[in-house]
Design a protein around this ligand. Structure first.
Ligand code: RTP
Length: 148
């Protein structure tokens, strides 16, 4: 099973949307394997978004992402990296279809409430950046037999 890194950004936390996001992943049939509520440092966010370091919005993005608490999670399931990105919608909420998280819950590209890994390789890198191996929980979900 694939795992992906999902984080509710500071705007999503402040707007009280964590529960809605957890609900969407749970009801889709994905399994939560790690979660924590963290105040991230700017340095940590610079590592997280290192592939965007040449973009004009990189500095502001890292500052913003460390301006308040983030709800960081690892979710597991079949093809979850690609399907979670579909659940999120487009980077710009204005391009996101109704039904997607960004299409339903936000309006501005700089305040798009949620992050999701874009590739399996980045998911592995981001999970390692945010979670220690002992923070990942291994368990059998009883729903699994009815999902797959
Ligand atoms: P994320 O990494 O946050 O899940 O977003 P993403 O893959 O959909 O988009 P990415 O290109 O990685 O951009 C990271 C975040 O930077 C902000 N952004 N601002 N033109 C802009 O002002 C601009 N472009 C991107 C967004 O908040 C985006 O989620």
């Amino acid at each position: 099973m694939e795992q992906t890194f999902i984080a509710v950004k500071p705007d999503g936390v402040q707007r009280g949307i964590c529960g809605e996001i957890i609900k969407r992943f749970e009801t889709r049939g994905y399994k939560l394997v790690a979660a924590k509520f963290v105040q991230s440092s700017e340095e940590h966010m610079k590592s997280h978004y290192a592939d965007l370091k040449d973009m004009p919005f990189y500095g502001g993005l890292c500052k913003y992402m460390s301006s308040g608490p983030v709800f960081a999670m690892v979710w597991e399931g079949q093809s979850i990296v690609k399907l979670a990105r579909m659940m999120l919608g487009e980077t710009n909420p204005a391009d996101s279809k109704p039904g997607s998280i960004r299409g339903d819950l936000c309006v501005n590209i700089g305040r798009n409430i949620i992050h999701g890994s874009d590739t399996l390789e980045n998911a592995k890198r981001e999970i390692g950046l945010w979670f220690k191996p002992e923070e990942m929980v291994t368990y059998t979900s009883c729903a699994q037999a009815f999902l797959y």
